[in-house]
Design a protein around this ligand. Structure first.
Ligand code: CMP
Length: 153
């Protein structure tokens, strides 16, 4: 089973869309194995968004991601990394397909509600930035047959 890091970003909390967004991820069949509400510091932002540090939009991105709390979580499930990216949609809410989270709730290229890891390497790196190993819980419900065929478990 894969794991991915998802951040519900400050605009998601400010707009009280946490329940709505979380429901979309949860009802797909993914399992929450870690979650915390936190205020992102400049240092944390620079580690998480290391690849964007030199981009012209980084100062605005930093101001945005540190402006209010984020809800960070680790989701676990079959092909969870690519599938959550599909559920979230393209970075810019204007370009994101209707039916995706950004496509339905955002018209912004920056205030796009959600961050989700884009690859297995990113997921491993980003999970390590936000969570200590002991904060990630291993638990299983016995309802996997509702979501997966035997050979997919
Ligand atoms: P995220 O998926 O968290 O990855 C990097 C973030 O930077 C992105 O979502 C947006 O919030 C922000 N971002 C990406 N491109 C731009 C841009 N051109 N201008 C402003 N913010 C951007």
């Amino acid at each position: 089973m894969q794991r991915t890091l998802v951040l519900l970003k400050p605009d998601c909390l400010e707009r009280r869309l946490v329940g709505t967004v979380l429901a979309r991820l949860e009802r797909k069949g993914f399992q929450i194995v870690a979650m915390k509400l936190l205020q992102v510091t400049e240092e944390l932002a620079s580690r998480h968004y290391a690849e964007h540090l030199e981009k012209p939009f980084y100062p605005q991105l930093l101001a945005y991601i540190t402006s209010d709390p984020v809800l960070a979580m680790v989701l676990e499930g079959r092909e969870v990394i690519a599938t959550v990216r599909k559920l979230v949609g393209a970075t810019n809410g204007i370009l994101a397909e209707p039916g995706t989270i950004r496509g339905d709730f955002s018209t912004s290229g920056q205030r796009n509600l959600v961050h989700a890891s884009d690859s297995a390497a990113s997921a491993e790196r980003e999970i390590g930035i936000f969570f200590r190993p002991e904060e990630i819980l291993t638990w299983k419900t016995d309802d996997s047959s509702l979501y997966l065929a035997e050979h997919e478990k």
